[in-house]
Design a protein around this ligand. Structure first.
Ligand code: ADP
Length: 520
């Protein structure tokens, strides 16, 4: 079983969110399950810097090549060389990968998706159109001279809107008689859709026939996300809860009708924790490691963190942490409304994040009001994220929606109790500390329901109340640390899904599970 895994980020080389963690962990876990996995990544400078090439780069066939159906595939800007594919390995992990080398598209400073003004790069359709096209060409064996892969892939597995057009191009090449591998498309966040105007259709070499309700047209625009959802053989998303939610109008982002239509093809498979990176017992980024049976290191980590962040070094002050993109999705504007009462009651708050200027400003003003009690670090800092996870008592994830969420899983593993809103993967992974759940040993955190500042306030009151009952706190903390959200389980589900898509497998495999069962 050979899988071409098409994505834009991979930890530790390039990371803007959980997608990078998944792209590092899932291919590794799939390999442990016996699959062969090759990553296909855009040649961003950060990725190229950690990539060891093997052999010569191979030119992709240009549009109009006799081997290709006429007119299909993206154009190439005049005056630049046609993209190449370079086979090799990611240096840190040894992971086999293909790099799509196209300096005109990928070699530029700043965020991989957004320009300096925070707007999508104006040529994003071409950039990620080429990613999809490259995936489809590799998948259908149309790249002459690409021998490094050995056998052609059995499955092309694309991730999020950036890889959406791979599914459309594969479908179209199949329509032209090419033998195509099975295709799987995973939604990590349905809200980011990769929309562009219909004028892109020609530049992307997509026939007018696909620009329809039954194709990739979305309210008069071309949607990369919809292309993925429409044309992939199977769809997955990163938790059973989110798989259910996106089939409804509230979380469906306008695509719920299509998702309901394809419900029998949609699977919720929960993400996991990469124990090689997130394990308090041997976390290389911590000066004090610890385990559930010996939490002394956690106490030391808290004191060190308070010192580092210029917070009062108060062992009994409940230290709430946040590690997050600062976007409306994450609900952190709710936190700014409750900070004053939180610190008034003796709580401390430490926030690490980057994102929307408005949320950054609001948090900054809170931190200014509460020196010694609230710390704010703006930017991306992997090592500090680990120190916060270790030194915090609780971690807040008050999201409006949350496809899976990883920080609450890391919080559980590090005994930093998650305070989460009951939505998507958060609801799937955290059990509220109501009294009977403390008694029966199932409580692992604090869960609230309404997306409102008063509801978050009440949840934080309950967090403080639990903290004042050290025996109960310790019980919940032990339950939390005993949870295991391993990648092995997820990898087995993906593998079964791939196998069910093989030609001739339909009769042998059970019908697709309903969304929400997490079964694949
Ligand atoms: P999302 O993918 O929606 O951003 P997840 O919870 O799935 O949310 O994943 C977020 C990942 O990014 C986690 O690994 C988290 O530790 C990390 N992260 C988020 N913000 C920062 C930051 N400012 N610095 C370091 N790591 C961060």
């Amino acid at each position: 079983m050979h899988v071409l895994y098409v994505c834009t980020e991979v930890f530790p080389l390039l990371k803007t969110g959980g997608l990078a963690d998944v792209s590092a962990a899932l291919p590794h876990a799939l390999q442990q399950e016996g699959a062969q996995v090759t990553l296909l990544l855009p040649g961003f400078a950060a990725v190229a810097a950690g990539f060891d090439p093997i052999g010569q780069a191979v030119r992709l066939p240009a549009r109009g090549a006799t081997t290709l159906p006429a007119g299909l595939g993206p154009v190439w800007p005049d005056g630049h060389t046609v993209p190449t594919l370079q086979a090799g390995r990611l240096r840190a992990s040894g992971q086999p990968a293909l790099l799509l080398q196209a300096p005109a598209l990928f070699d530029r400073p700043g965020n991989p998706y957004l320009d300096a003004q925070g707007q999508p790069w104006s040529d994003n359709p071409l950039r990620f159109g080429w990613l999809g096209w490259a995936a489809a060409l590799v998948g259908t064996g149309l790249v002459p001279g690409l021998t490094a892969l050995g056998t052609p892939p059995d499955v092309v597995h694309g991730h999020d809107w950036h890889a959406g057009l791979a599914m459309a191009y594969l479908h179209l090449l199949k329509g032209h008689g090419r033998q195509a591998p099975a295709s799987v498309f995973t939604v990590h966040n349905l809200a980011y859709q990769g929309l562009c105007g219909p004028e892109w259709l020609g530049r992307l070499g997509l026939p007018p026939s696909v620009f329809s309700m039954q194709g990739l047209e979305f309210f008069g625009q071309l949607s990369f996300m919809k292309a993925g959802l429409q044309y992939a053989d199977a769809l997955t998303t990163v938790s059973p809860g989110y798989a259910r939610e996106i089939t409804g109008p509230e979380q469906g982002c306008g695509l719920d009708g299509l998702l309901r239509h394809r419900q029998d093809r949609l699977h919720g498979i929960l993400n996991g924790v990469d124990e090689r990176v997130w394990n308090p017992e041997h976390d290389a980024l911590l000066s004090h490691t610890f385990s559930a049976s010996d939490l002394r290191g956690k106490t030391l980590a808290k004191a060190a963190l308070q010192t580092e962040l210029a917070l009062q070094v108060a062992p009994n002050a409940l230290l709430l942490v946040v590690v997050s993109r600062l976007t409306e999705q994450k609900g952190l504007h709710l936190l700014t409304e409750v900070v004053d009462s939180w610190v008034r009651q003796g709580g401390q708050l430490a926030v690490l994040g980057a994102g929307d200027a408005g949320i950054e400003d609001a948090l900054y003003r809170c931190a200014q009001r509460h020196p010694g009690l609230m710390a704010l670090r703006l930017g991306h800092d992997e090592a500090l994220a680990h120190r916060l996870m270790a030194g915090g008592d609780a971690i807040a994830v008050p999201s409006r929606y949350e496809p899976c969420g990883l920080t609450q899983l890391y919080g559980l593993r590090y005994g930093t109790l998650p305070v989460v809103r009951a939505v998507g993967g958060l609801a799937d992974t955290v059990t509220d500390c109501r009294l009977e759940a403390i008694d029966d040993g199932s409580a692992t955190g604090i869960v609230f329901h309404d997306f409102s500042a008063p509801a978050l306030h009440t949840a934080l009151q309950r967090t403080l109340a639990l903290y004042r009952r050290p025996d109960d706190w310790a019980k919940v903390q032990q339950n939390a640390m005993a949870q295991r959200f391993g990648w092995g389980d997820a990898a087995r589900r993906y593998r079964r899904l791939y196998q069910s898509l093989r030609p001739g497998a339909a009769a042998a495999t059970p019908p697709h599970a309903q969304p929400g069962t997490a079964s694949a």
